[in-house]
Design a protein around this ligand. Structure first.
Ligand SMILES: [Zn+2]
Length: 223
């Protein structure tokens, strides 16, 4: 019995949306994958002045999968998420020639709660596939802020202003470099904008972003 088969025997893989048992190389079960395919956009986020692409709408099975990954500690689906984000990178973003990938930061209290940073895990997996190095801890959140979804548009922008920073030890990895920011989801765009601003202020030559999910209507004047 191969090691992976051995693991699967004791830890069978379940669909992150409905908990049905699924083969080890599947992301969703046969029924949820149809919904997933209907949510896949592989499109750019509108309304930003830098390139930012996302795989799928933040809804239905995508929302459940992110919740499992981020909140419930089902880290095994990072492989599936990273694979689909990497496909999008190769189809739409490789020409941007990033020098380094930087995971979007979480406040350190999230690390204590979950024991890991989900964006670090994603960046590490994507790095193996697209062959661009990633730098953990290059962008850090220095202030704990209220969740963005609890605020209105003006408050969302003000909430994150100055909340991120680049540690001095990481500056050589940013200065003059094309940075690819990695995040799981964008619901307001404010985090992306503030991360981009912080990286540019610390000398990044260019910033682009690759995300797994985004809400459909966030940059179309509906917030
Ligand atoms: Zn399912």
């Amino acid at each position: 019995m191969k090691f992976h088969s051995f693991l699967y025997y004791f830890f069978p893989k379940r669909c992150p949306a409905c908990k049905n048992l699924i083969p080890p190389d599947s992301f969703f079960c046969d029924s949820c994958v149809l919904e997933y395919l209907s949510l896949v956009r592989s499109d750019s986020i509108k309304g930003l002045d830098f390139p930012a692409y996302f795989v799928a709408d933040y809804s239905g099975c995508v929302k459940k999968a992110i919740h499992k990954f981020k909140i419930s500690g089902v880290t095994s689906i990072r492989h599936d998420i990273a694979r689909d984000m990497s496909r999008l990178y190769f189809s739409k973003m490789a020409a941007l020639n990033p020098d380094v990938m930087i995971p979007a930061p979480s406040h350190k209290s999230s690390y204590f709660k979950n024991g890991y940073s989900h964006t670090d895990l994603l960046a590490r997996e994507i790095s193996k596939i697209i062959n661009v190095s990633y730098c953990k801890g290059a962008l850090v959140k220095t202030v704990k802020t209220p969740p963005q979804h609890t605020l209105n548009l003006k408050e969302r922008t003000q909430n994150l202003s100055g909340a991120f920073s680049v540690p001095d030890s990481k500056l050589p990895l940013i200065k003059g470099k094309n940075v690819l920011l990695i995040d799981d989801i964008s619901t307001t765009g404010s985090t992306l904008k503030e991360c981009e601003k912080t990286l540019k202020n610390h000398g990044a030559a260019s910033v682009s972003a690759l995300l797994f999910a985004s809400t459909e209507n966030i940059f179309n004047g509906n917030i």
